[in-house]
Ligand binder design. Structure first.
Ligand SMILES: [Zn+2]
Length: 262
């Protein structure tokens, strides 16, 4: 089935993901859609956000391998599963869900060199979503896509959400990152550029894993911002933070939010 690695236990078809169109454009002041969903085909029980009104948008054809990308395996199976996924997370999350993704850099300037390796390193880092029982595996056959592109292409990939040639987004199986943001960060960001890039990757992939923007954006000024806060434009007194906080890990480890649909 292509993307399953080390699957020993049952295969869970991600029923909760079927039929959802998710859009999350980040960094803007417009209608936020971090948890937006529209019942493109069938509603699911976990969504309560107002329905968006997306139009059909051209996207690259999904990879032919539409095999289940979400699997569960016994906690002892994947070596990539961090101990925290079992020891630090709630006991209700014994499973590890594998997310296989492709990485594409659709720009070629020096400032964006190393994008692919940076993404892979970030998503496999023990401080990241692996803590919540997600095994993010780079694979050329992966059904999810993380792409770095110039603003106009990101805008196209992110439709129907408007990213204004500036913002990044997650739409369905695609995370589209704006190359200018990658090159320079934002004026509001108070950390260094590498940390910004790590935040950007982890934040948008967080949406891919079903995680919404928090409210308020900065619940504890002076402390690290929630990863899922819109840190690109709204640190709001929080410190820049590229990794999911403990409570974000705990929430994601419940595995009860629909993953982005394929
Ligand atoms: Zn966001």
């Amino acid at each position: 089935m292509g993307v399953g690695v080390g699957v020993v236990g049952r295969v869970r078809v991600a029923a909760a993901t079927v039929g959802w169109l998710t859009v999350a454009a980040c960094g803007g002041n417009g209608p936020e859609a971090g948890d937006r969903a529209a019942p493109a085909r069938a509603p699911g029980p976990a969504r309560t956000a107002p329905a968006a009104t997306p139009t059909s948008a051209p996207l690259p054809a999904p990879p032919p391998a539409a095999a289940p990308s979400v699997v569960t395996a016994p906690p002892t199976a994947p070596s990539a599963a961090p101990p925290a996924a079992r020891a630090g997370a709630p006991a209700a999350a014994p499973e590890v869900i594998e997310i296989a993704y492709r990485v594409e850099r659709r720009v070629d300037d020096e400032a964006t060199a190393g994008f692919e390796a940076f993404v892979e390193q970030t998503l496999s880092d023990a401080r990241g979503w692996v803590r919540a029982g997600f095994s993010l595996v780079r694979s050329e056959a992966g059904p999810y896509l993380i792409v770095l592109a110039e603003g106009p292409e990101v805008d196209r990939l992110c439709l129907p959400h408007d990213t204004y040639g500036t913002y990044s987004c997650q739409r369905r199986e695609t995370v589209a990152l704006n190359a200018d943001r990658w090159r320079t960060g934002t004026p509001q960001w108070t950390g260094d550029l590498a940390t910004y890039r790590r935040m950007l990757v982890n934040h948008e992939v967080g949406h891919l894993l079903g995680q919404p923007h928090p409210r308020p954006q900065c619940p504890r000024p002076g402390r690290p911002a929630p990863l899922m806060a819109q840190q690109s434009t709204e640190l709001d007194g929080c410190l820049p933070n590229p990794w999911p906080l403990d409570h974000e890990v705990a929430a994601a480890a419940r595995h009860d939010r629909p993953l982005a649909p394929l």
